[in-house]
Each structure stands twice: as structure tokens, then as C-alpha cells.
Design a binder for this molecule. Structure first.
Ligand code: FES
Ligand code: FES
Length: 151
């Protein structure tokens, strides 16, 4: 076991884990942040998406030893009151079905809008295509991103 300090949702935290522990397990099992979900474990579905220094990453496939001293944001830390434009748009469009993929969808979309505040339809599709939704909420996800971008 080794100690790693990272900044999660603006707070410095130290965990004592094996170096190859995926960031997703650190978040869920050690820090109690269960918004990011385990879907595939091999960076293929996007359910575990969080931000690393502002960029969307697949937390299931990054070892904690690779993020020491770095800044992670999870869905719990995206906005103080759950009122990020995307979160409001998600409510307006009633996007989730089972909800399992949605934290990852929102975090991926948030990284998109941070780098490109007015994405085209194609840019949205391109940015979001790796986030799988088993329930098929893609049309509402797309509409909600358009709404948030227009805010
Ligand atoms: S659980 Fe990380 S990409 Fe699927
Ligand atoms: S809402 Fe069920 S997997 Fe996306």
C-alpha cells in the first residue's frame, strides 16, 4: 500500500491504496463518491467518466498512482447545488431512464461545453459517441446538450 494525495471536488484527500488501484475504486470505495459508475472496466462505455484537470477521462482505467497531486472532479462536484446548465437541461428534457450511465454522460458533456460552448450537432455526436446508454436516451441527451449550450 502507498499513500496518494489528490484534489477531489476541490478538497485535498489522501488515500492508502495499492498503486494500481483504479481511480474509480478510490472515488467509490474510499471516498464514498458513487456518482461515477462501473460499467465495463475497460474504458469502453463511459459510465465512469470524471474530469482530470478539466478533461473527461475514464476513471476505471487510470491507476491512482498516475493522478497523484492532480485535480479530479466528479458529478458530485460539478456544481455546488446541482444547478450546472447541463443538470438543469437534463431535468428539463427528463433525460434519464434507469440513470446508470447519466453521471458519465453529463461529465463528458460538461467537458465538451467547457472547451466548445456552442458545439454543432456533429460535434456533439462526435464528443458523445463513446458514452453508451443501454436505455437509448441518446436523443434526449443530444437535445439537453443543445439547451445547455444555448443558456
Ligand atoms: S466503466 Fe469505465 S469506461 Fe466503462
Ligand atoms: S439511462 Fe439507463 S443506461 Fe443510460
Amino acid at each position: 500500500m502507498s499513500q496518494y494525495t489528490l484534489t477531489v471536488n476541490g478538497r485535498d484527500v489522501t488515500v492508502d491504496v495499492e498503486p494500481d488501484t483504479p481511480v474509480l475504486w478510490v472515488l467509490r470505495d474510499h471516498l464514498g463518491l458513487v456518482g461515477a459508475k462501473y460499467g465495463c472496466g475497460v474504458a469502453q462505455c463511459g459510465a465512469c467518466t470524471v474530469h482530470l484537470n478539466g478533461s473527461a477521462v475514464r476513471s476505471c482505467s487510470i491507476p491512482v498512482s498516475g493522478v497523484a497531486g492532480q485535480r479530479i472532479t466528479t458529478i458530485e462536484g460539478l456544481s455546488e447545488r446541482g444547478d450546472h446548465p447541463l443538470q438543469k437541461a437534463w431535468l428539463e428534457h427528463d433525460v434519464p431512464q434507469c440513470g446508470y450511465c447519466q453521471a458519465g454522460q453529463i461529465m463528458n458533456a460538461a467537458a465538451l461545453l467547457a472547451s466548445n460552448p456552442s458545439p454543432t450537432d456533429n460535434e456533439i455526436d462526435e464528443a458523445m459517441h463513446g458514452n453508451i446508454c443501454r436505455c437509448g436516451t441518446y436523443t434526449r441527451i443530444h437535445a439537453a446538450i443543445k439547451t445547455a449550450a444555448a443558456e
